[in-house]
Each structure stands twice: as C-alpha cells, then as structure tokens.
Design a protein around this ligand. Structure first.
Ligand code: FES
Length: 113
C-alpha cells in the first residue's frame, strides 16, 4: 500500500507556560505557521496529496518554530508565516529543500556522501 501522502508536514505547536526556560513554538507563531501551510496547500489543490499537521514538541525548541517534512525527514527551524509559501513551492512541490531554513543537523544530512 502506498503512503497516503506524497509529503507530510508536521509543525510543532507545543505551548509552555510563560517564563519556561525552554520557550515554545506556540509563542513564536506556530499556529499561524500551520494555518499558512494548510492555506498554501489548499490553494494549490494539494488536499489528499500533501498535508500539514500540528505536532507536539519535536525536541528542537531552540530552533522554533520547528517544522519537519516527510518522507525526506527535512527539518526546518525559525519558520515564519512569510517562509511558508517558499517551502510549499520550492520543497513540497518542486522537491528542493529551502537551504536557508534548514536546521544545522538537517543541513548536514542533505549533503551527498
Ligand atoms: S516546543 Fe516546539 S520543538 Fe519543542
């Protein structure tokens, strides 16, 4: 059976109380980022082929808003609403990760060899 989605995006929307030293993605606009992914995918008729889901803490809090794209396992950090269109067009549709937003460990994983 084929996987149900061609690309599956998880956006951390975890919220911690104010003052928590770890911070959280919710306080950095994660809900708005998730909504923007859904709207951009809908606009392009990707419903059923690509999906953006809310996720709990992805354990990369200092890089929030944290986003991971499967099946590649590409991790983006510091994602803002204004970055979403670029990720959708360049990565989800054209298959080229947006280098400037990759988390450091994902950057290494993308290099050949
Ligand atoms: S709160 Fe988002 S990665 Fe931990």
């Amino acid at each position: 059976m084929a996987p149900p989605f061609q690309r599956h995006v998880f956006v951390c929307t975890n919220r911690r109380p104010d003052g928590n030293p770890k911070g959280c993605c919710a306080s950095k606009g994660a809900e708005e980022v998730r909504t923007a992914f859904r709207e951009e995918l809908d606009k392009r008729g990707m419903k059923g082929r690509m999906r953006a889901n809310a996720a709990g803490c992805l354990d990369t809090c200092s890089f929030g808003v944290a986003v991971v794209v499967y099946p590649e396992g590409t991790w983006y950090g510091g994602v803002k609403v204004e970055d979403v269109k670029e990720i959708v067009e360049q990565h989800l549709i054209e298959g080229r990760p947006v280098e400037r937003l990759l988390m450091p460990f994902s950057r290494k994983a993308q290099q050949p060899g």
